[in-house]
Design a protein around this ligand. Structure first.
Ligand SMILES: [Zn+2]
Length: 120
C-alpha cells in the first residue's frame, strides 16, 4: 500500500468522526505504528499536513506512537522484542540474540488509529 493511501485512510476516519459528532474541526489524532512499518513518523506527519489541507482536520496535531516489534527466531528460538531498527534502509529483521535473519515477525507492521479529538 502506498504511503499516501495509508494517510488518506487515517484522515478519512478522522473526518468521518468529525462529521458524526457535528464537529467544526479535528484537533488531535493519535496513531500507533509498529516499529517495522515502512512509514516513518516524519513522513506520516508530512503527508498528513498535505492531505488535510482545506479539510476539518487541517492543523490537527498528529501524535505518533511507535509500537514495539516482536519476533520469533527459528535459529535459537528467541521470542521477544527487537530494537534498533533503522527505517531509512529497508528493514532487515535480525534476531537480537544470535543475529540470524531466519525470524518470524509476530508484531511490528501494524498501524492503528487511537483517540481522535474534535472541537465543536
Ligand atoms: Zn536467534
Amino acid at each position: 500500500m502506498h504511503s499516501s493511501t495509508v494517510v488518506q485512510s487515517i484522515l478519512n476516519v478522522a473526518l468521518e468522526t468529525a462529521e458524526e459528532y457535528d464537529a467544526n474541526k479535528v484537533t488531535e489524532i493519535n496513531v500507533e505504528i509498529g516499529k517495522l512499518n515502512w512509514i516513518t513518523t516524519d513522513k506520516l506527519k508530512y503527508i498528513f499536513s498535505v492531505l488535510s489541507k482545506d479539510t476539518l482536520a487541517e492543523n490537527a496535531e498528529l501524535i505518533v506512537n511507535e509500537a514495539d516489534a516482536k519476533i520469533k527466531c527459528y535459529n535459537c528460538n528467541y521470542i521477544g522484542l527487537i530494537d534498533n531498527i533503522n527505517k531509512e534502509i529497508i528493514p532487515m529483521v535480525l534476531c537480537p540474540k544470535c543475529g540470524s535473519h531466519r525470524v518470524n515477525v509476530l508484531k511490528g507492521y501494524d498501524l492503528n488509529i487511537g483517540n481522535i479529538t474534535i472541537e465543536k
